[in-house]
Ligand binder design. Structure first.
Ligand SMILES: NC(=O)c1ccc[n+]([C@@H]2O[C@H](COP(=O)([O-])OP(=O)(O)OC[C@H]3O[C@@H](n4cnc5c(N)ncnc54)[C@H](O)[C@@H]3O)[C@@H](O)[C@H]2O)c1
Length: 227
């Protein structure tokens, strides 16, 4: 059985990912600094990802809870601009992501899927995008500290792949994550289309996000390389 560490496992997207992976036969090691009492993960460990020692231990062995992981899904972050100070967002997110990437490398994990963000495309588009629809060739244009960190993490992931040639890392630029109950707000969006202009009216369902994570984990071939 494949054992997958999921960081940010107590969060909005993480809960969908844990449930989906467990349903599909994976053994999930849930990692978060805040426990999820309703978690269906096989193993849950409270971890502060800004502490490298905790991350390396969480990926290699924690007493009798588990003795290592085969893959890592990294979702933990302060998940949007403005939730805390910019410096606190930067410090938490960049440190946690460096620690996760570096500890995965040190632990011999060669399959990493992680959350980037649609914000790197220039949200909230106060400066109009050069073209739409946006695509993979669209230049990265962070407009917030949160988004700046995501774009730095994309750059960092490229260099980890350059250093470890058999490492597969897939960063998914998720759009605004919705739970089923969030759809009650959609008629209001229809009535006032300007409300959703900030991300060009996009969103994903958290259950689809979980499926995208699993498909990325199961994808065998590196999708891009850094020369
Ligand atoms: N929610 C969205 O609309 C959205 C859109 C695009 C990208 N994303 C990205 O997807 C990922 C998941 O987002 P979410 O909506 O589930 O966020 P969330 O806030 O619901 O969950 C994030 C989880 O990460 C944990 N966490 C944060 N810092 C940590 C640390 N230092 N150590 C341990 N745990 C830590 C939190 O406790 C929380 O449970 C994030 O990386 C976010 O940036 C989210």
């Amino acid at each position: 059985m494949t054992t997958v560490a999921v960081t940010g496992s107590s969060g909005k997207l993480g809960r969908h990912v844990v449930r989906h992976l467990q349903d599909r036969g994976y053994r999930v090691v849930a990692l978060d600094r805040v426990p999820d009492p309703g978690s269906v993960a096989a193993v849950s460990v409270r971890v502060d990802l800004t502490d490298y020692g905790q991350v390396i231990e969480a990926f290699t062995a924690v007493d009798d809870r588990h003795d290592g992981v085969d893959a890592v899904v990294h979702l933990a972050a302060v998940p949007a601009p403005g939730l805390t100070t910019n410096a606190a967002t930067f410090a938490n997110n960049i440190t946690a992501t460096y620690n996760v990437f570096a500890a995965a490398r040190a632990a011999g994990v060669r399959n990493v899927v992680w959350a980037s963000s649609e914000t790197v495309l220039g949200l909230p588009f106060d400066v109009p995008p050069p073209y739409i629809p946006v695509d993979e060739r669209y230049p990265v244009r962070p407009e917030s500290t949160y988004s700046l960190v995501k774009s730095l993490e994309e750059e960092m992931a490229g260099h980890f792949c350059r250093w470890v040639t058999d490492l597969k890392m897939i960063g998914l630029r998720f759009s605004n994550v919705m739970d089923p109950q969030d759809y009650a707000r959609f008629p209001g969006f229809d009535a006032e289309p300007g409300l959703r202009r900030w991300n060009l009216w996009s969103y994903i369902d958290g259950r689809d996000g979980a499926q995208a994570v699993r498909l990325a984990l199961e994808h065998q071939r590196p999708v891009w390389t850094c020369s």
